[in-house]
Design a protein around this ligand. Structure first.
Ligand code: ACM
Length: 637
């Protein structure tokens, strides 16, 4: 038990974002004096605020540090209380309170503090609904995503295992071995679905190449003696094998509900080519084993893009040999580090980044599972960690704190008028291109704050010279140069929807992700961009799943029950003539609230498999009750 504990509550106040009340309890045997209190919280204190019983000493983004009144001593078993009014945003859920806290003592030591949920004072907390019903199926087959078409007769007793027919080609046997190993990683305590050697009571899989079958598509033909898997490419074969593994998994897990087919067939193909999942590793760091497991989960759900958000304000997580500062400084946060604690960091410094060897291993792992890794270097905004690591990137004449991001970071955008910006990015791209075989490189482009760069003399001179009117046009100037740098390196540009602002970039070989709201995707497609739909209102898996205060998660895009994520049709409003612009859909996993594995799993599942089914299965084949019945047997991180 910690020697100190901090409790926080929030009460609504008419006409403002309300009031926070903090109480620090001294549970130690010694009096406490001469200290400051630091905490991280997504409910930020605004510049204009009134603190009673304390004074705000420092705030950077979600990091806050308060000093008690001069001479305050908290005796053993005593407490100190203070209140703050004047918040930058209003909390809607328990997780909007303290995410980490510590004391700094007079001798410079940092001491951890226990804390809990943000309590709600004087308002209805709201009920917490059941998010996932028990579900029911009309056909007893555990397939998720559900196939395009299927007509099968179930059998009472599933085969003991499945094995490649005698004479199968080496590549077919290896594909079985790959899916077998995937299954063993995901379900290490279950019986294996495959054997490479024939087994009595098992059933053989006979592989057939059929050129009439589409890329990534497969057909399975079942009878009492064998299963024929017909495909025209390795991806189709992989998905067909995943399907038979899923069928056997359900038949063994829940034999009351699910069975294995002994006759009939499946003809299946994905609805969209881009079936993505993004992961923010800047706010929270995930070790290599977690990344590999997430990729395993994507593959099991037939998702095929892992969008790896490697940099943001809070940290830079990719080893770049040309600039070791990026990870020496930019991947380390702590009370005495250049990057202050954020979003769950406490008294101990924390660091984490992926070495280039880690990346090669992850990309290779994903490749065997038909998952493409698309790296993101988020520029020009969201670059606080980069700018702290490499101060040469800053226009030294720019007024400090001349603009702020929505997350509260001052001056956090790479400067388009500083020559070193392009030299730096050129070297970063060279290394990124050598690591990631994907045709795509994601370069962010999101949330450049209004008014960015306008207090930079270098930008003013550039704007005059190039006849650039405002921040948006300056961003477009920057993005066009970045696009040319990517083209020189043989890469296509992917970005968030704001890349289109201020004139945008060349549409050829550009793919934009519509995140702010669905209408943005329609506009972008109308402007000639290829798009991936990832609207916050349906596919941001960090959003709370219900309105009630007790439900964890973010709230800026409302709340998103799994059923809404499942049912959402991103194509919905897209006019027929723009449909071909839509390449697919994607789930996004932002890390602000995912301070533990428990929160990760509670928020990401089952919404990630819901996006997977929406990405693969035609609208008319979706069935929420069936999904609910199957998804409870699916893996979590
Ligand atoms: C984003 O959510 N800023 C892309």
């Amino acid at each position: 038990m910690a020697d100190y504990r901090l409790e926080a509550s929030w009460s609504p106040v008419e006409g403002s974002f309300g009031r926070l009340t903090f109480t620090l309890f001294n549970l130690s045997a010694e009096p406490l004096s001469n200290f400051t209190l630091a905490y991280t919280s997504l409910t930020r204190v605004a510049d204009e605020h009134v603190a009673k019983g304390a004074a705000l000493k420092r705030r950077v983004a979600n990091f806050h540090e308060f000093s008690p009144p001069d001479g305050l001593t908290i005796p053993p078993d005593g407490s100190w209380q203070f209140t703050v009014e004047g918040l930058a945003n209003g909390p809607k859920h328990v997780t909007a309170g303290i995410k980490s806290a510590y004391l700094t003592l007079a001798d410079g030591r940092h001491v951890p503090i226990g804390f809990g949920d943000l309590m709600l004072d004087g308002a209805e907390r709201g009920a917490l609904p059941v998010l996932l019903p028990k579900g029911e199926v009309s056909e007893p087959f555990s397939l998720l995503p559900w196939p395009l078409s299927l007509s099968m007769r179930p059998e009472e007793i599933p085969p003991v295992t499945l094995y490649p027919a005698h004479g199968s080609r080496s590549e077919d046997v290896k594909a079985v071995a790959t899916v077998l190993a995937l299954y063993q990683r995901l379900f290490p305590a279950h019986n294996v679905p495959f054997s490479l050697h024939p087994v009595k009571g098992g059933r053989q899989i006979r592989f057939k190449a059929e050129s009439s079958i589409m890329p990534a598509a497969y057909e399975l033909r079942f009878n009492a003696h064998e299963i024929i898997l017909a495909t025209d490419d390795a991806a189709g074969r992989f998905y067909g094998l995943i399907s038979v593994a899923q069928l056997l998994h359900g038949a063994r897990q829940d034999a009351e509900t699910f069975q294995f087919p002994d006759f009939g067939d499946i003809a299946d193909q994905p609805r969209y080519a881009w079936r993505g999942c993004h992961l923010d590793v800047s706010r929270q760091f995930y070790p290599v084993a977690d990344i590999e497991r997430l990729i395993d989960i994507l593959a099991w759900n037939k998702l095929n893009i892992f969008h790896w958000h490697l940099t943001d304000d809070e940290a830079w997580r990719l080893e770049i040999n040309a600039y070791p500062e990026l990870t020496d400084i930019g991947a380390r946060r702590g009370p005495d580090e250049i990057l202050l604690p954020q979003l769950g960091d406490g008294a101990e410094p924390r660091s984490g980044y992926y070495t280039q060897d880690d990346v090669r291993r992850i990309v290779a792992h994903a490749g065997t599972l038909h998952v493409e890794v698309v790296p993101e270097i988020d520029i020009p905004g969201h670059s606080a960690a980069t700018l702290f690591s490499l101060p040469q990137l800053v226009d030294g004449q720019e007024a400090p704190d001349s603009y702020r991001s929505v997350q509260g970071y001052p001056n956090n955008a790479l400067n388009p008028a500083v020559d070193f910006t392009y030299e730096f990015l050129g070297k970063v791209f060279d290394e990124v291109v050598a690591l990631f075989p994907s045709d795509y490189l994601h370069v962010g482009g999101d949330e450049v704050p209004h008014g960015s760069w306008l207090a930079s003399p270098a930008c003013k001179a550039l704007m005059e010279k190039e006849k650039i009117a405002d921040t948006a046009a300056l961003q477009s100037y920057f993005m066009r140069r970045i696009k040319a740098m990517l083209s020189e390196r043989g890469k296509k540009l992917v970005g968030w929807n704001e890349v289109s602002q201020g004139g945008g970039v060349d549409r050829d070989d550009t793919l934009l992700m519509a995140w702010e709201k669905p209408e943005v995707g329609i506009e972008l497609a109308g402007e000639g961009y290829d798009i991936v739909m990832t609207p916050g209102q349906a596919y941001y898996l960090d959003m709370a799943q219900a309105e009630g205060w007790g439900e964890p998660g973010a709230s800026w895009a409302g709340f998103t029950p799994p059923e809404k994520t499942y049912a959402y049709e991103a194509e919905g409003e897209l006019p027929e003539e723009l449909r071909e612009r839509m390449r697919g859909i994607q789930a996004c996993i932002w890390g602000e609230n995912l301070v533990s594995r428990a929160y990760f799993n509670r928020l990401v599942f089952p919404r990630l498999p819901a996006v997977a089914e929406a990405a693969w299965t035609p609208c008319l084949r979706k069935d929420w009750q069936r999904f609910a019945a199957i998804v409870r047997m699916w893996p979590t991180l």
